[in-house]
Design a protein around this ligand. Structure first.
Ligand code: HEM
Length: 236
């Protein structure tokens, strides 16, 4: 009796013969077709924001090359306007959000990593390797970038003397010598991939744009190294 009622109900709802039809669960949980695109869009926007932040950050820190006074004045401006106190944690949150969005596609499990490694070797495609570099540098940046931000933002105000003392201590010099190329590679490749993926550059312009991105990455690593050297020999 109950079974018959269920069949009748089923046939009324789906217009089929209950005994011949199996239930298709995808009817009840319809996959959203647009959410992946929205999440990709958000990943790109947070990434673009972080790229702009990193370029500005490297130039601001490099102000020490013009003298300790130049860096102190800029640091004071960012603290007096609360941009460091508010902007710093916001950058941290954006970094974390960007990571969570990107983690949807990162192979975390050993077997997934083995598969992607084999595919990359099979495909012989430069952009696939670039993507693997992105995934690896992302992990390093997440950990080292968070430690760095915590150390700097819990020791305000920022002054050239404090930064120099940190770097002259040795540990932070090695720390930055690792973090600097990781960040610049990630930022440079991210910039190139955004342009390719979202169609800002055409297929035939790819090679030229990639060369430009390599030069840009090299320039920022060079600026970073000069700045570290300046901190290393700064006497205040
Ligand atoms: C708002 C947040 C941030 C502030 C206030 C900040 C501030 C600073 C300061 C003052 C220095 C000089 C060295 C020192 O004092 O120890 C520095 C260096 C550095 N920071 Fe940041 N930073 C921030 C976020 C980040 C992030 C998110 C990254 C990358 C994930 C990063 C990467 C670096 C690197 C690589 C250096 C070495 C610079 C060089 O080679 O010239 N920073 N930062």
């Amino acid at each position: 009796m109950v079974v018959q009622q269920c069949k009748t109900r089923y046939n009324e709802t789906f217009g089929g013969e209950g005994e011949h039809m199996s239930i298709n669960t995808s009817i009840y949980v319809r996959p959203s077709t647009s959410s992946a695109a929205y999440l990709d869009w958000l990943q790109m926007l947070t990434g673009a924001g972080l790229i702009l932040f990193m370029w500005s950050h490297m130039i601001l820190v490099a102000s020490v090359n013009l003298g300790a006074g130049a860096m102190n004045t800029l640091a004071h401006f960012f603290e007096a306007t609360y941009m460091a106190q508010v902007g710093g944690p916001l950058i941290g949150a954006t970094m974390l959000f960007h990571f969570v969005l990107a983690a949807r596609k990162v192979p975390f499990r050993a077997e997934q990593q083995g598969t992607i490694w084999k595919h990359a070797k099979m495909l012989h495609h430069q952009d696939t390797w670039l993507w693997l570099i992105q995934a690896f540098t992302a992990m390093v940046i997440l950990i080292m970038g968070s430690i760095h931000m915590w150390v700097v933002l819990t020791d305000l105000p920022i002054t050239a003397a404090k930064s120099a003392a940190r770097i002259q201590g040795g540990f932070w010099l090695v720390f930055y010598l690792i973090l600097l190329p990781m960040v610049e590679l990630h930022v440079g490749i991210g910039f190139y991939r955004i342009a390719v993926k979202w169609g800002f550059i055409k297929r035939k312009e790819r090679k030229k744009f990639h060369r430009f991105e390599n030069i840009l990455t090299g320039v920022f690593i060079f600026i970073g190294l000069i700045t570290l050297l300046r901190f290393l020999f700064l006497t205040t």
